[in-house]
Design a protein around this ligand. Sequence first.
Ligand code: PXL
Length: 268
Amino acid sequence: MIEQYPQALTIAGSDSDGSAGMQADLHTFFRRHVYGASVMTACVAGNSYGIHDAVNLPTSFIDNEFKALADDYQIKASKTGMLSDSELIMTVVKNYTQYDFGPLVVDPVITTKHGNVLLEESAYQTLRDKLIPLATVITPNFFEAQKLAEMQINDEADTKLAAKKLQQLGAKNVVLKGRHDDNHQTEVADYVLLESGEDFFLLDKYHATNRVNGTGDSLSACIAAEIAKGTSIKEAIEIAKRFVNEAIESEIMVGHKFGPINHWAPKD
Ligand code: PXL
């Protein structure tokens, strides 16, 4: 018997140490039993100490990556990661709207956890005007949400307002990830605002660890993987939160400083 797996696509940057970006997405697709295809937008030379260099791929090559997949594969859901600048965002928008690559999860990657910039500030408006309206789900972290919603987030009311603003930009569903940068906090609260208007917080225990590279990439990849399987958006988000939390709970030793989450740990 020939086995069949739903196909999902990551449109993202490659991180040489395998902890984040496209590699984290592909690890996640694999663990969620989804076949992973990839359109590489950029490459970074990174390790657990940080990012040391980055290059964008030529837009004509990115066009050809999309075409190669469109000519042959049946992608059921896609996600975006590092898109670097307005030109790359527009290349992705052009290709994504030209083909059928399923619903889109937008992870609006702006900086790494350790402060390396992965999206030029001049591209924020292009992200707002062109990519966010295509998003079935957008998954900003706290800092990205502040930038994109153009407001400070200090409390629960601000969190809800920022998510509403992102929905008004055209994203159907919003997962606004809570802060997890304070060693004294006991829980992490992600806020979810669904297309229907239903909203809720997803709460999880905070784990004090510096092995959290690839957390946001894996969350958005897991949502895309579940959508590719036909899971509802709400359940896809809940599964993704659980997946990432289990991957953070059980550390692995890779690299000397800020290591990756453990994609082997989550239960099926
Ligand atoms: O985790 C954000 C991220 C996304 N994409 C690439 C990265 C990183 C963080 O290091 O390297 C390519």
